[in-house]
Write a protein that binds this ligand. Structure first.
Ligand code: FAD
Length: 394
């Protein structure tokens, strides 16, 4: 196992840095650094810049428009993007549906759908969860009944992230009630403008509109929109979730957030002394930094193993679990360092009314919003179950 980057990898990091310096629009990185909500136009603008460079779909093979990067190069790219406060790429088309079509789709589906993800023509969202099916996904009830060359879909999905921007949704639907619940699920692609499909917003605790619920009433979906075989959806769903979780670790975001904490700690005073000089905050920051360093090394160790062809196994669960714990711990530290000054909802105040540095103004909303990290992509309790099961089996 070699945890050092090679000279080619170091050169690649320099290339990414230079690209970001020259091409990442300042307005976008300022918005990201300040924790502001990005519009659809913002997100598509950044996607178009990366697409132009051929760097948009990190996990796809070159034949379909990917950059042909190794796992280490993908990691370096993601880390540098976070460190430069680049907008986070919307993962549903790029990191979820893309890999699924590459493995399970027909060539026709690949040729038709993948280019439209790359050029931003289609915005996909994820229709897995339902009111009674989250962690226990196999209990999902949305039904798709075959009627000639269509499926007729009835049911409800929930927590559909950024669905308000989407024109398409990939769904898990029940196509059979026989056998084990896992055996009757299929993976279906649905146009959101199909009659009988309705999207409604869900407001979050910090005031944002990030998630939605989607209702299907006798929506007729062409049978050609099925991915893989009928009732093969569970296998596809599990494959997709491994991709989803790996992308949630986010060490680059944690490094960046830790930098912000240190900057804040040097700037503001509480109980008549700088936060940086307060031993309680210093000790907690050191504790989290040790965790973060351990996470980074674990991440690199896994990348080194992947390079050597080792199996993925439970690694994505471990990265998701630890990565989100560290991110939440930093946000908790940051918010508590601000004390009561973290309370105002920044969007309600003009910049000269703020009592904290502008970049700290959204500490409370960001803290509340990021409670989600340990829930979505499979809750952390479930990840612990997965890891424990594997360890006890050995
Ligand atoms: C902000 C946000 C965005 C999301 N975006 C999407 C999206 O775009 N598309 C989509 O399909 N879904 C999305 N989700 C849904 C997400 O995947 C689910 O919320 C998640 O899988 C948990 O399911 P649940 O909410 O039904 O909670 P439940 O499964 O009801 O769990 C409630 C609690 O019980 C615990 N628990 C449940 N079962 C066990 C067990 N066996 N052992 C130990 N503990 C257990 C859970 O960990 C949790 O703490 C999103 C969720 C959030 C919060």
């Amino acid at each position: 196992m070699d945890l050092e980057f090679t000279s080619e990898e170091r050169a690649f990091r320099e290339e990414v840095r230079a690209f970001l310096k020259d091409n990442l629009p300042e307005e976008l990185s300022e918005k990201v650094a300040a924790g502001k909500e990005l519009s659809k136009e913002d997100l598509l603008r950044w996607q178009a810049i990366l697409h132009e460079r051929g760097w948009l779909a990190a996990t796809w093979p070159e034949e379909y428009g990917g950059p042909g990067w190794s796992a280490v190069e993908r990691h370096i790219f993601a880390e540098e993007c976070a460190l430069h406060s680049a907008p986070r790429l919307v993962p549903f088309g790029l990191n979820m549906l893309g890999p699924v079509l590459l493995k399970f789709g027909t060539e026709e589906q690949r040729r038709e759908i993948l280019p439209r993800i790359l050029d931003g023509s289609d915005w996909w969202c994820q229709g897995y969860s339902e009111p009674g099916a989250g962690s226990d996904l196999a209990s999902l009830k949305t039904r798709a009944v075959r009627d000639g060359d269509h499926y007729v879909v009835n049911g409800q999905k929930t927590w559909t992230t950024l669905g308000q921007h989407a024109n398409k949704i990939f769904c898990l639907v029940r196509t059979s009630t026989e056998g084990k619940p896992q055996e009757g699920i299929s993976f279906l692609l649905v146009d959101l403008d199909t009659p009988g499909v309705e999207m409604r917003p869900i407001r979050l605790i910090e005031g944002g509109h990030e998630v939605n619920e989607v209702f299907f009433t006798d929506a007729r979906v062409p049978a050609a929109n099925l991915v893989g075989e009928e009732n093969q959806g569970w296998t596809i769903a599990k494959y997709l979730l491994t991709h989803e979780r790996t992308n949630i670790a986010g060490t680059g975001f944690s490094i960046k957030d830790m930098e912000r904490f240190h900057r804040l700690a040097g700037q503001i005073t509480r109980d008549s002394r700088k936060i940086a000089d307060n031993p309680i905050y210093a000790a907690r920051a050191a504790e989290i930094e040790i965790e973060l360093e351990a996470l980074r090394i674990t991440n690199l160790r896994m990348l080194a193993n992947a390079k050597g062809g080792a199996a993925g196994g439970i690694e994505s669960s471990m990265l998701k679990l630890k990565g989100t714990q560290v991110r939440q711990a930093i946000q908790d530290l940051y918010r508590s360092a601000l004390g009561p000054q973290a309370a105002p909802m920044a969007d309600e105040l003009s910049e000269n009314e703020l009592t904290v540095p502008v970049e700290a103004a959204r500490a409370a909303p960001a803290y509340f919003n990021n409670r989600k990290l340990s829930i979505f992509g499979g809750s952390n309790e479930i990840q612990r179950n997965i890891v424990a099961k594997e360890l006890y089996r050995r």
